[in-house]
Design a protein around this ligand. Structure first.
Ligand SMILES: *Cc1c(COP(=O)(O)O)cnc(C)c1O
Length: 380
């Protein structure tokens, strides 16, 4: 069994996909070809935002947003501790200081009370200038952007939505990638919409930032490619990846997003009496980048993983080390970065196989293995 069965997906899309890839091969427009513009337009239209700038990864997309805002040494950027490393890494790459915020134990997303507390403490300490909040749509579920926006307005901060895992999620009728002043996503193969390598995108309604990001992502270009007006990056999207993403977006819209939601609903129905299952707040819709359960403790989790592995069922721990405990951030003051819920989750979370092509038979095997193992093994 596969954790995320990309092979099954390729087989389902093969006819269209092979044609799309061969077309690019024959076109010889491998970099910045018309496919990239087409992809940017399709993705901007899908999420409902004015500008989409395609780039080389979700990490670069975050970095480009911070560059557009001129985030620099002496600035504080607030970011959840329970996330993938890149969400925090980009802050330090700009020379700014990440301030780690705890998360909600039910949604895995940024905790509003702790966010306010960490902002107020940073203002009081007078060492750093608060600039932005990076809110992550973890595991596919949009963060609580109504509250995040209220906090950002109160303290005069920018909101950056890290929707690397959140593409396709919604709050009411509004889609992920529209909640930030700038929003970003990743097209790494295992994300809700993935390409066949690395890729990412930046979304914004702001013309000025869009123009800056367009410049930064191609060597700080000015009016023409050899007129360089600022120090930028090489972070273009390949035409091949853009062509692949156009096929993927269509399948995602047509049935994949709906299918993965059916798989998630079935997991919850089969497992909610046995383990703590993920909670989706009223009015929210997830794109299920992960389906993550919580068990009693680290030992129970290790034994459960073993029992599943014995049946050839892969699982993963997202994330075993929260950001405030990462070696790379050793120089930060631990006392001001405490995140007890993130610590708690790191020992208890377990992500199960999920993707739109997971069969009911495989899902039954997973759920039966979990249920019989946990009911037959004594644990506290
Ligand atoms: C995957 C991921 C990223 C980085 O995306 P890449 O395309 O791998 O660079 C950033 N933030 C989160 C939350 C992610 O899951």
């Amino acid at each position: 069994m596969q954790f995320r069965d990309l092979k099954k997906q390729y087989e389902a899309l093969k006819g269209e996909m092979d044609q799309a890839m061969l077309e690019v091969a024959a076109s010889s427009a491998y970099v910045m070809g018309p496919k990239v513009k087409e992809m940017e337009n399709a993705f901007a239209e899908y999420v409902g935002v004015k500008h989409c700038i395609a780039c080389n990864s979700g990490t670069d997309a975050l970095l480009l947003a911070l560059k557009a805002w001129g985030v620099q040494p002496g600035d504080a950027v607030f970011v959840p501790s329970f996330t993938f490393f890149a969400s925090a890494e980009v802050i330090a790459m700009q020379g700014a200081t990440p301030v780690f915020v705890d998360v909600d134990p039910d949604t895995f997303n940024i905790d509003i009370r702790d966010l306010i507390a960490k902002i107020e403490r940073t203002i009081k300490a007078r060492q750093l200038k608060p600039r932005a909040i990076i809110a992550v749509d973890l595991f596919g579920l949009p963060a609580d952007f109504k509250m995040i926006r209220a906090v950002a307005d109160r303290f005069g901060l920018y909101v950056l939505e890290d929707a690397a895992q959140g593409f396709g999620g919604r709050i009411g009728d509004r889609k992920a990638c529209t909640f930030g002043d700038i929003s970003t996503t990743s097209f790494f193969p295992a994300k809700p919409v993935g390409c066949y390598g690395d890729g990412g995108a930046v979304f914004t309604d702001n013309d000025e930032w869009a123009a800056l990001i367009d410049s930064y992502h191609i060597h700080g270009k000015g009016s023409d490619r050899y007129d360089n007006v600022r120090i930028g990056m090489n972070s273009r999207m390949d035409s091949l990846q853009a062509a692949i993403l156009l096929v993927k977006l269509k399948a995602f819209k047509d049935y994949e997003l709906e299918e993965v939601n059916k798989v998630a609903a079935r997991y919850t129905q089969l497992l909610h009496d046995v383990v703590k299952t993920p909670e989706i707040p009223q009015g929210f819709y997830s794109s299920w980048a992960q389906y993550t359960i919580q068990v009693a403790n680290k030992e129970v989790r290790a034994k459960l993983q073993e029992a599943l592995k014995a049946k050839d069922i892969p699982t993963a721990i997202y994330y075993p080390i929260p950001m405030h405990r990462q070696t790379a951030f050793n120089d930060l003051d631990m006392a001001t970065n405490q995140c007890p819920v993130s610590d708690h989750l790191a020992d208890r979370v377990l992500s199960l196989p999920i993707h739109p092509y997971l069969s009911e038979a495989d899902q039954d095997l997973i759920c039966n293995t979990i249920t019989s193992h946990l009911l037959l093994t004594p644990h506290s």
